[in-house]
Design a protein around this ligand. Structure first.
Ligand SMILES: [Zn+2]
Length: 310
């Protein structure tokens, strides 16, 4: 059966799949990234994993993969297939597309950004199916986003499009890793909620999931922590709504696991802030931690369709 390799390289683990053209998963696999062994070992692990997946395809699906897509974190140059920088994985100007292409015997390779790949998959085969314009927001350690337009992701002129986590929602607020203050991710990421709840509850181990559980149990301190995050998030979403006017906002990442505990107050906070803007649908992401891998596979299929039509 015709398929492509789909690979998502994360800080700790790699998720992979062999993907059919309709986005269905024919085979899934996971491996550790092994960053504790250094950058060269991480790159070797990525290349080995891809080569093993190609072998699996030949053995189990009866044909070689037609292309490969790989999603990586950090800054990337999609056009030239270069993983420019990842603080987590330690590389700089890594020619990922070339290395993978060579290892896979000249197979076409697409390189994608992890969050934008995840957004692409949510838009095409996840929570945004059939939606022309959407905003994908991932609430994890930080907050990242992707702008979906007409079945593609708008990466911006320099690859930083969609960085809603660094929209300043509280001027002069908490210091952000980017150097600014009051960025959305300092207030509404899963890490920010974990930190705030650890402080408020006095339990240094308390995390965002514990905070959500305490909100559900009626703890007023947790409700206050939660409200701070929800209001910041609503401010960020409304700013994005004014600029981009998406029909749907897809919210994923660790904090979205709270379900209605997040979505009910978030929808209310967004709608009470809107003036002239049309209200977006605010929906949970569907693909969870496989989104980036699936998106990498879709990029690989896109590569093939542009090659055919070019
Ligand atoms: Zn920032």
């Amino acid at each position: 059966m015709k398929h492509v390799i789909a690979l998502d390289v994360g800080g700790t683990g790699m998720k992979a799949a062999l993907l059919a053209q309709d986005g269905s998963v024919l085979l899934e696999a996971r491996r550790p990234t092994g960053r504790e062994h250094g950058t060269d070992a991480v790159v070797a692990a990525i290349l080995d994993f891809a080569a093993d997946l190609a072998d699996e395809g030949r053995t189990r699906l009866g044909s070689a993969p037609l292309a490969a897509g790989v999603a990586v974190p950090g800054t990337i140059d999609e056009k030239n297939g270069i993983a420019v920088f990842s603080a987590n994985l330690g590389w700089r100007d890594l020619p990922m597309r070339k290395l993978l292409g060579e290892r896979l015997g000249g197979l076409p390779v697409a390189l994608g950004h992890d969050v934008r790949s995840g957004g692409l998959a949510e838009g095409r085969i996840g929570a945004g199916r059939g939606v022309d314009r959407f905003l994908f927001v991932a609430l994890g350690t930080g907050i990242a986003g992707a702008i979906g337009i007409g079945g593609r992701i708008e990466a911006g002129a320099h690859g930083y499009g969609g960085e809603i986590g660094h929209v300043v929602v509280r001027p002069g607020g908490p210091a952000c890793g980017c150097g600014a203050r009051g960025c959305l991710e300092t207030l509404a990421s899963a890490s920010a909620v974990s930190r705030a709840w650890a402080g408020a509850s006095g339990d240094p181990e308390a995390d965002a999931a514990a905070c959500a559980a305490a909100v559900e149990a009626g703890d007023p301190r947790a409700a206050e922590v939660w409200r701070t995050a929800v209001e910041a998030l609503a401010d960020g979403i409304v700013m994005a709504q004014s600029l981009l006017d998406p029909s749907t906002v897809i919210v994923g990442g660790g904090l979205a696991e709270a379900g209605d505990t997040l979505f009910a107050p978030l929808r209310a906070a967004v709608s009470e802030r809107l003036t002239f803007q049309m209200p977006p649908k605010v929906v949970p992401a569907e693909l969870r931690d496989t989104a980036a891998s699936l998106g990498a596979g879709l990029l690989a299929w896109d590569l093939l369709s542009t090659e055919v039509t070019a």
